[in-house]
Design a protein around this ligand. Structure first.
Ligand SMILES: Nc1ncnc2c1ncn2[C@@H]1O[C@H](COP(=O)(O)OP(=O)(O)O)[C@@H](O)[C@H]1O
Ligand SMILES: Cc1cn([C@H]2C[C@H](O)[C@@H](COP(=O)(O)OP(=O)(O)O)O2)c(=O)[nH]c1=O
Length: 210
C-alpha cells in the first residue's frame, strides 16, 4: 500500500512542474510512482463542466460556490477506484491538486465568516460521503500570488488553447486563496503539511518515503 501525497498551490504556482520533478526523483530512488491531476479534464464530465463554467458558459452556474465545489468533488468521487488501484500498486501516488483545492478556493470565494463552514463542508462531502482516501501528506507550494499569477498569465499568452479562467484573472481571489491555504497548513488540515518550493518541495515529499 503506497502513500498519497497532494501537491497544492495557486494557479501557476508550479504544481505540474513540481509533480514531474518529484516523480523523477522518487523513481531514481527506486520507488514506484503514479500521478493523477485534478480536475481530470477530458476524462470527467463534471470536471469539464466546471472548466466550461470558469470560461463563461452555463449561465450563472459559476456564481454558486457550492455548485462549483460539488462538480470538482464529483470528479474526485468518480476517480476513487483509480486512486485505490494506484495506491495498491505503487509506493507513492501524487495528486496535482486534491481536496484542499476545493477547501481553499471555495472558502476564499465565500470570504471571512463562512470559511470554516466551507472547509468543513468539503471534508464531510469528500472524505465522509464520497469516502475518498485521506492524503498521508500535503504540500503547499509557497509561491506568492503575484509570481504565480504572472506565470499563469504568461502560460495563457503562450498557449491559445488555454486562456485564463475566471479564477486566474481574479487578483483578490488569488490573494485570499493563498491566505486560506496558509491556514490549512497551520492547522494541518486532514494530515501533515509542508510549505516549500523548488528543491525543498521535492525533498519534503521524498522524506515521506523514508
Ligand atoms: N520554479 C519556476 N520558475 C519559473 N517558472 C516556473 C517554475 N515552475 C514552473 N514555472 C513555469 O510557470 C508556469 C506554470 O507552471 P505549472 O507547473 O504549469 O503550474 P501549475 O501546475 O501550478 O499551474 C509554466 O509556464 C512553467 O513552465
Ligand atoms: C481541483 C480543484 C480545482 N479548483 C479550481 C482551482 C483552479 O483555479 C481551477 C482550475 O483548476 P486548474 O488545476 O488550475 O486547471 P487548469 O489551470 O488546467 O485549468 O479550479 C477548485 O476550486 N476545486 C478543486 O477541487
Amino acid at each position: 500500500m503506497g502513500i498519497l501525497v497532494a501537491v497544492e498551490g495557486l494557479d501557476g504556482a508550479g504544481k505540474r512542474t513540481t509533480v514531474a520533478r518529484i516523480e523523477k526523483a522518487a523513481a531514481a530512488r527506486g520507488a514506484s510512482v503514479s500521478s493523477i491531476a485534478f480536475p481530470r479534464y477530458g476524462e470527467s464530465i463534471t470536471a469539464d463542466l466546471a472548466s466550461e463554467a470558469l470560461h463563461g458558459r452555463h449561465g450563472d452556474l459559476r456564481d454558486s460556490v457550492y455548485a462549483m465545489g460539488l462538480l470538482f468533488a464529483l470528479d474526485r468521487a468518480a476517480a476513487r477506484p483509480l486512486l485505490r488501484g494506484a495506491l495498491a500498486e505503487h509506493d507513492l501516488v501524487l495528486c496535482d491538486r486534491y481536496t484542499a483545492s476545493n477547501a481553499a478556493y471555495n472558502a476564499a470565494r465565500l470570504g471571512e465568516g463562512a470559511e470554516s463552514d466551507v472547509v468543513s463542508w468539503v471534508a464531510d462531502l469528500e472524505f465522509g460521503r464520497f469516502a475518498l482516501p485521506v492524503p498521508d501528506h500535503q504540500l503547499l507550494l509557497g509561491v506568492p500570488p503575484e509570481v504565480a499569477m504572472t506565470r499563469a498569465v504568461g502560460r495563457a499568452e503562450a498557449d491559445a488553447d488555454r486562456p485564463v479562467d475566471a479564477y486566474e484573472r481574479d487578483t483578490d481571489l488569488q490573494q485570499r486563496v493563498y491566505r486560506v491555504y496558509g491556514e490549512l497548513v497551520e492547522t494541518d488540515w486532514m494530515s501533515t503539511w509542508s510549505w516549500a518550493d523548488g528543491d525543498d518541495a521535492v525533498e519534503a515529499v521524498l522524506a515521506q518515503l523514508n
